[in-house]
Design a protein around this ligand. Structure first.
Ligand SMILES: O=c1[nH]cnc2c1ncn2[C@H]1C[C@H](O)[C@@H](CO)O1
Ligand SMILES: [Zn+2]
Length: 387
C-alpha cells in the first residue's frame, strides 16, 4: 500500500489562470483526443443519407433530429452491452468505400472545428466487410478520408492531425489478423491497435497472440479495460497483455481508498498504474451512460487528477453520448471548477501518451499546445483593447 494526501489540483494560480474558462474559450483551446470511435461519431444527417444511398433499411428513425435523439436515449441504458447494440446502425451504413471515406473526412472536420489538434480515432476493420471490401480497402478508404478531412479543416483555418487505431472485437477471433494489418499500415496512417466490445466474459488474454506479435514488432496498443469490469481486467490488460494505455481504466478507482480524514491509500495495482505513468483514456459522459460512474461529480477523474495519475479526457462515442471534446471539458469545468491550467495538464498528458514518435509529440506540446494555452491565458491582459 502507498499512502498519499490529496494535493491541490494546480499550483497556486495567477489571476489570469484562475479563471474558469467559458464554453467559447474551451472550444478555442487546443485539445488532444486519444479515444474516439469512428463508428460512434457519425453526423446523424450523414447516417440518414448513407442509409438511403446504400439501401440500408433498418434505421429506427429516418429524420436526422429524431435519429440523433434515438442514439442518445438508446445508449443511455446503464449497460455496456445495450449501449453497444446501437452500433448496428452506424456500422450498417459504413460498408462501402465512399461511405467510409465520407465518415472519416467528416470526423476529422468535426474534431478540428471543435479545437482538437491531434486525434487517434479507432474502428474495427472486420466490421466493414459486408459490402465486399477487403480489410486493406477499408483501412485505405478511412485513411484517405482522414487526409481529406485534414485538408478541408486546414482550408477552414483549423489544423488537425488524425491517426487511426485498428480495433479487433474481443468476442471475435481475428485479433492477430487485425494486429498484422495494423503493423502493415503503421507508416500509412495507422498508429496502433486496440480491442473493444463487451468486456465481461471476454478477457483480453484470449488475444495474447496478437499482443505478443505487436510487442515483437515494437508496435503500440491500448486495450478497453476497467470499464464494465473491474481490477482483474485492468491487471490482465497490463500484466499479461502489456498494454501501453488503458481504454477507460476508470475502475482503477476500486484500488484506491480515501479515508474520512482525506488520506488516500493506493493498492499495488493503482500504485503501478500511477508509478509507471500508464495513460488512462477516461471518457466521462460515456461512463455515465453505461453505468461505469453515477454522475460527473462522482466520476473518478476528479480524484485521479488530484492524485496525478496520467489521466486524459476523451469522447468515446460523440454520437451516442451527444458530446464533443469541448462538451466533456465543459462538464468537468462546471463540476470540478477546472481552469485553463487543468485543461492544459490533461491535454499535455494526452499528447505525451499518443502513439506517434517522441519528437513529434514534443513538438506538438511545445509548438502547438503550450502556445495555444499561453495565448488564451494572456487574453485578460488585453481585455480593454477589444475592437
Ligand atoms: O466504450 C466502449 N467499450 C467497448 N467497446 C466499445 C465502446 N465504444 C465502442 N465500442 C465498440 C463498438 C464499435 O463498433 C467498436 C469499434 O469502434 O468498438
Ligand atoms: Zn471506447
Amino acid at each position: 500500500m502507498v499512502s498519499d494526501s490529496l494535493s491541490p489540483a494546480s499550483p497556486a494560480p495567477g489571476r489570469n489562470q484562475s479563471a474558469v474558462p467559458d464554453a467559447e474559450r474551451i472550444r478555442r483551446s487546443p485539445k488532444v483526443l486519444l479515444h474516439d470511435h469512428l463508428d460512434g461519431g457519425l453526423r446523424p444527417a450523414t447516417i440518414v443519407e448513407l442509409a438511403r444511398e446504400t439501401g440500408y433499411e433498418d434505421l429506427p428513425e429516418t429524420e436526422a433530429g429524431r435519429l440523433e435523439t434515438w442514439f442518445r436515449e438508446s445508449a443511455d441504458s446503464g449497460s455496456l452491452e445495450r449501449y453497444l447494440e446501437t452500433f448496428t446502425h452506424t456500422v450498417g451504413v459504413m460498408q462501402t468505400r465512399e461511405a467510409l471515406f465520407r465518415v472519416a473526412a467528416e470526423c476529422a472536420e468535426d474534431l478540428a472545428a471543435d479545437g482538437v489538434v491531434y486525434a487517434e480515432v479507432r474502428y474495427a476493420p472486420e466490421q466493414h466487410l459486408r459490402g465486399g471490401l477487403t480489410l486493406e480497402e477499408v483501412v485505405e478508404a478511412v485513411d484517405e478520408g482522414f487526409r481529406e478531412g485534414e485538408r478541408r479543416a486546414a482550408a477552414d483555418g483549423h489544423r488537425i492531425r488524425v491517426g487511426a487505431l485498428l480495433t479487433a472485437m474481443r468476442h471475435a477471433a481475428r485479433a492477430l489478423e487485425i494486429a498484422e494489418l495494423a503493423n502493415r499500415y503503421r507508416d500509412l496512417g495507422v498508429v496502433g491497435f486496440d480491442i473493444a466490445g463487451a468486456e465481461a466474459g471476454h478477457p483480453p488474454t484470449r488475444h495474447l497472440d496478437a499482443f505478443e506479435y505487436l510487442k515483437r514488432e515494437n508496435n503500440h496498443f491500448t486495450i478497453h479495460a476497467g470499464e464494465a469490469f473491474g481490477l482483474p481486467s485492468i491487471w490482465q490488460a497490463l500484466q499479461w497483455c502489456g498494454a501501453d494505455r488503458l481504454g477507460h481504466g476508470v475502475r482503477i478507482i476500486d484500488d484506491i481508498q480515501v479515508a474520512d480524514d482525506g488520506s488516500v491509500k493506493l493498492g499495488r495495482l493503482a500504485s503501478y498504474v500511477r508509478d509507471k505513468r500508464i495513460p488512462l483514456e477516461l471518457c466521462p459522459s460515456s461512463n455515465l451512460q453505461t453505468g461505469a460512474a453515477p454522475s460527473y461529480a462522482e466520476h473518478p477523474i476528479g480524484l485521479l487528477r488530484r492524485l496525478h495519475f496520467r489521466a486524459t479526457v476523451n469522447t468515446d462515442n460523440r454520437l451516442m453520448s451527444g458530446t464533443s471534446m469541448s462538451n466533456e471539458f465543459e462538464q468537468l469545468v462546471r463540476t470540478f471548477h477546472y481552469t485553463l491550467d487543468d485543461m492544459q495538464w490533461f491535454t499535455v498528458n494526452a499528447m505525451k501518451s499518443a502513439f506517434i514518435p517522441f519528437d513529434e509529440r514534443l513538438a506538438m506540446i511545445n509548438e502547438v499546445i503550450k502556445p495555444g494555452y499561453a495565448a488564451l491565458k494572456s487574453e485578460w491582459l488585453f481585455r480593454n483593447s477589444a475592437v
